[in-house]
Ligand binder design. Structure first.
Ligand SMILES: [Zn+2]
Ligand SMILES: [Zn+2]
Length: 334
């Protein structure tokens, strides 16, 4: 890889609900900006706004944030900024989709109505009060690894199943409901939906678990926070950290997230140190016996194959000669 330990990288997490009239065309422009500034990650652009997690050199990320803020539509975008010694993504994907989070709640516009935003310190003060319910709106694989103490979690595999589950929450209609998610984006719609369903007092943790960790020390967040980049999980709680997840194989407490060594299974689950070696990085005996199984080096992380990867793919405007040469130059160093 071309990454250098001494170089300072940033990881940005952000979203912005804002009308984009020319979303597909804007996607092209945005993609090109990323490629030219060596920004990698996953970005979704839709008619209702932007959502992204990206990584890049600190100075490139500064440029990227300035680029987004310079557009009046996205001037209010808040970035959660983390630091890292390398890129947190292998590739750049900038996709046009009908929603910035797949929610089956397209009719709701958070700019019109949504739950009251709580800053991390306000959330921290409110969360232990009587008559308050803390509602985790994320999916099983996320809250199983980490969640707020006393949080109510939902048995869902995908956020689009959230609306259906709300029927089970009828008894909480007169309570103060505080929703939270990873970076705040899901809560914009989840809290709006609760209001629409007749919940009266609905709040949302602005900036999600990530901002809470940065600004409020992460107190009472138990376990780790699942993230959608190569890091898989990050620490949040610097005040009273604990482990809530269990080894997928033996059931002892473990927050060591491992990617199953069987590439056709590939699930992300916690597997303890011992079971990791015993099962050679696989999640079950069956996966251990798979002939395609990748060699286990104790980390449970497998470098994604980037052969033939071209960051310009998907762009209508083709790179010029100089850019192609630059690409080849970079490839030969990696
Ligand atoms: Zn184990
Ligand atoms: Zn497996």
């Amino acid at each position: 890889m071309e990454e250098n330990k001494n170089k300072d990288y940033s990881i940005l997490l952000y979203y912005c609900y804002a009308k984009i009239e020319d979303a597909e065309q804007y996607r092209e422009e945005h993609h090109l900006f990323c490629v030219e500034n060596n920004i990698r990650g996953r970005i979704i652009i839709s008619d209702e706004g932007l959502n992204g997690t990206v990584s890049g050199l600190k100075e490139d990320c500064e440029k990227y944030m300035a680029y987004i803020h310079a557009d009046p539509r996205f001037a209010k975008t808040e970035f959660k900024i983390d630091h890292h010694d390398k890129h947190a993504f292998t590739k750049i994907h900038v996709r046009y989709k009908p929603e910035i989070v797949h929610s089956s709640l397209r009719h709701l516009d958070p700019n019109v109505k949504t739950g009251k935003h709580l800053e991390p310190e306000e959330f921290k003060k409110l969360k232990d009060q009587e008559d308050v319910v803390i509602l985790d709106v994320r999916s099983n694989y996320e809250h199983e690894l980490g969640r707020f103490k006393n949080a109510l979690t939902l048995d869902i595999d995908n956020f689009r199943d959230f609306p259906q589950k709300v029927k089970e929450l009828e008894h909480l209609k007169n309570k103060k409901v505080l929703t939270y998610c990873t970076g705040g984006i899901k809560c914009e719609k989840a809290s709006a939906f609760l209001l629409e369903q007749g919940f009266e007092d609905v709040y949302q943790l602005h900036g999600g678990i990530i901002k809470y960790g940065m600004e409020a020390g992460g107190e009472d967040f138990e376990g780790k926070c699942y993230v959608f980049d190569n890091r898989i999980a990050v620490d949040v709680n610097k005040v009273n950290p604990t482990i809530v997840s269990e080894c997928h194989i033996c059931g002892t407490k473990s927050d060591r997230m491992v990617n199953c060594a069987n590439p056709t299974c590939n699930i992300h689950v916690p597997i303890c140190e011992n079971c990791g070696w015993e099962y050679e990085g696989a999640c079950s005996s069956e996966c251990k016996g798979n002939p395609e199984k990748r060699p286990y080096d104790g980390t449970g992380y497998y470098q994604k194959n980037t052969n033939g990867y071209n960051p310009y793919k998907g762009l209508h405007r083709k790179p010029d000669k100089e850019q192609i040469q630059k690409l080849h130059g970079e490839a030969s160093h990696s």
